[in-house]
Ligand binder design. Structure first.
Ligand SMILES: Cc1ncc(COP(=O)(O)O)c(C=O)c1O
Length: 403
């Protein structure tokens, strides 16, 4: 089968033309115009470093926070500009205090790095991590709601939930869950790594105590740009992982939260500085702006999933309403499924990359147990690419069956 082409919009990305890139979900991909813009900020910094940090960087950082807050319907002062979602999760978990026996809820689909952070913190305080089993395949969002709410006890103090899960690509009913949990007095830490640019987020209305999201994934900003939103009444508890000048800096009309997170030591601010340009540039690529981008990517993810399901003769593992812009399918187990840990690629991922030039994740997950392939859909992708992946998977799975 012939190598597929990308969509017309792919000209805006500098992606390797020899790669069928179906893994926007892992690290995103940034349009060339924005990487150039980022280099401009880096050049400005190196032109006069002291003046940049002391004077020039202040306005673009305010503009970045304002642009994000507009998209997220929240107060810009409730946003901390951080480097990635793992940092956001760690910042919250390592700031909080727990009592012995406190319970923290987490679905078994949680991202392993964040789960590690949770286990580490819980162990130190003698708190208990309660893992909630969510099936996959799944009949609908009510299954998640019922399982999570049934696990709440008087000892539950916190729940870490995803907007969209990483291994299983499920859009969680995070709005209803957040509402129900916070109303019961359970603080919600929303892992929205797959959040901004992928699903509409209205943070003031959502009411989660803490939300962290990567800008580098679905907003397509450069790497090293994420945010942590903390509800005003929770801000006094939360401090950056790096304590710096902001802890004692005179307030001068700004909150301690802002001071502490604005300066966490010398760091590269260039990715954050590009945020307004990234939001505007991406919105300009499709008539209808961001809502149209999210809809487009959602439709393409479903189309891609259906192409694969038809070709491989499998049932979609979840209803369409649980798909955002990534979709995971269950593959038949192979001889490696029990030996490959979630930290390693399945050998099939390497074969797809080396033999067909396809970049798509294939992994084994312990609970819900399965061997998964996860596709992504972004503006540069095209229906043809999923047909090509279906062709490659059919060949390789037939080969696995016969060995
Ligand atoms: C659900 C989820 N949480 C957290 C992360 C961590 O993101 P980062 O490595 O940028 O911190 C990811 C990354 O893929 C993710 O999918």
């Amino acid at each position: 089968m012939q190598r597929p082409s990308r969509s017309d919009l792919a000209v805006h990305w500098g992606l390797n033309p020899d790669c069928v890139f179906l893994n926007h979900g892992s690290f995103g991909a940034t349009p060339s115009k924005i990487t150039q813009e980022q280099r401009g900020w880096q050049d400005l910094l190196e032109f006069e470093p002291v003046y940049f940090y002391m004077v020039e960087a202040i306005e673009p950082m305010v503009k970045a926070r304002n642009a994000l807050s507009k998209m997220l319907s929240c107060d810009p002062d409730d946003l901390a500009l951080i480097e990635n979602a793992t940092t956001g999760v760690n910042t919250v978990l390592r700031s909080l205090t727990f009592n012995k026996g406190d319970e923290i809820l987490v679905p078994d689909h949680a991202y392993q790095a964040c789960r590690n952070s949770l286990d580490y913190v819980a162990k130190r305080w003698g708190a208990k991590v309660v893992t909630v089993a969510i099936p996959f395949p799944i009949a609908g969002p009510h299954i998640v709601m019922d399982a999570m709410m049934a696990a709440v006890t008087p000892a539950t103090v916190l729940a870490m939930i995803d907007t969209v899960t990483s291994p299983t690509g499920l859009r969680m009913p995070f709005e209803q869950l957040t509402n129900a949990l916070e109303r019961k007095g359970v603080r919600v830490l929303l892992d929205a790594a797959h959040g901004i640019g992928m699903v509409p987020l209205s943070l003031d209305e959502l009411g989660a105590s803490y939300t962290t999201s990567n800008n580098h994934k679905w907003l397509c900003a450069p790497k090293g740009s994420a945010f942590l939103h903390v509800r005003k009444d929770r801000q006094h508890d939360i401090h950056p992982l790096t304590i710096s000048h902001g802890m004692t800096f005179p307030l001068g009309g700004m909150t301690r939260f802002r001071h502490e997170f604005d300066w966490t030591g010398t760091r590269d601010l260039s990715a954050h500085c590009t945020i307004p340009a990234t939001i505007d540039f991406m919105a300009g690529l499709l008539e209808g702006g961001w809502p149209a981008i999210m809809q487009h990517n959602h439709d393409l993810a479903i189309q891609g999933r259906n192409i694969l399901c038809d070709a491989l003769n499998i049932e979609p593992p979840c209803p369409d309403e649980m798909i955002a812009c990534i979709s995971t399918l269950l593959l038949p187990p192979n001889e490696h499924t029990n030996s490959v840990s979630s930290h390693e690629f399945d050998p099939l991922q390497t074969i797809l990359r080396e033999k067909y030039g396809i970049q798509v994740p294939v992994w084994t997950w312990e609970s819900p147990k399965g061997r998964y392939v996860r596709i992504s859909a972004q503006l540069y992708n095209n229906e043809e690419e999923y047909h090509y992946l279906a062709f490659a998977l059919k060949q390789e799975l037939a080969f696995e069956r016969n060995v």
